[in-house]
Ligand binder design. Structure first.
Ligand SMILES: [Zn+2]
Ligand SMILES: [Zn+2]
Length: 188
C-alpha cells in the first residue's frame, strides 16, 4: 500500500494545517537522464508544506541531500559527488484558460520557483528528483583544474604525460580531435 506520507496532500493541509515530511528515497541513476550520473546514493528530503497567500496556492520549503558517482565531463573518470541544499517551491493551480500562444509572457523572477498543479497531491519523490536534477552541474568536473584527455591519443593528462605534440594552429581541429579521442576511449 502506498504510504500516504510519501505524498504532500493539499486536502490534508486544508483540513489539518501545515504538514511536515521527512523521507529517504533510492533513485536509480537512469531516472535522472544524465549520462554523467553513474549511480545515486540514498536521497534524503525534508519538506514543510503550508497554504500560500494566493487562492489555491501552497508553499513547500525544505532541504535535500544526496551523494552520487559521476563521470567527469573532461577526463571521463568517475568521481564522488555530494550536494545538499534548501529549496522553496510554490504550487499554484493551473489556470483554466491557457495563455494565448502569441501573447508575450514575461515571467517575473519570483515566479521561477512556481509550479502549476492539476492534481492536489505532490509525490515527495518527484520533488526530490527535481531538486537533484537542478543541483547537478551542466558540465560535471572531477576537479576544476582537470586536465582532461589528450586530444590526440586519449591519454588521461591528470595521470600521464604523453609524447604527443601540442596541436598547432586551428583550435577547431583540436576540439574535433578531442571528440574523436573521447569516442575512441568510450569504445574501448
Ligand atoms: Zn576529470
Ligand atoms: Zn597524447
Amino acid at each position: 500500500m502506498l504510504d500516504p506520507r510519501d505524498t504532500i496532500l493539499f486536502d490534508e493541509i486544508d483540513e489539518n494545517g501545515p504538514q511536515s515530511y521527512s523521507r529517504t528515497f533510492s533513485i536509480p541513476a537512469e531516472d535522472l537522464r544524465r549520462d554523467e550520473v553513474i549511480g545515486v546514493g540514498p536521497v534524503s528530503i525534508t519538506a514543510n508544506a503550508r497554504k500560500g497567500e494566493l487562492p489555491g496556492e501552497y508553499v513547500v520549503d525544505g532541504s535535500f541531500g544526496f551523494t552520487a558517482d559521476m563521470s567527469c565531463s573532461r577526463c571521463l573518470e568517475p568521481y564522488p559527488f555530494a550536494s545538499s541544499a534548501d529549496f522553496h517551491v510554490r504550487f499554484e493551480p493551473r489556470s483554466e484558460t491557457p495563455r494565448k500562444l502569441d501573447e508575450e509572457v514575461e515571467i517575473p523572477p519570483d515566479e521561477l520557483d512556481v509550479e502549476f498543479y492539476m492534481e492536489r497531491a505532490i509525490p515527495l519523490r518527484h520533488l526530490a528528483l527535481e531538486q537533484i536534477q537542478l543541483s547537478i552541474p551542466m558540465k560535471p568536473l572531477c576537479d576544476e583544474s582537470c586536465l582532461g584527455l589528450c586530444p590526440r591519443c586519449g591519454a588521461n593528462r591528470n595521470r600521464e604525460s604523453c609524447t604527443c605534440e601540442e596541436p598547432m594552429g586551428d583550435e577547431r581541429w583540436g576540439t574535433l580531435r578531442e571528440i574523436q579521442a573521447r569516442m575512441k576511449k568510450r569504445e574501448s
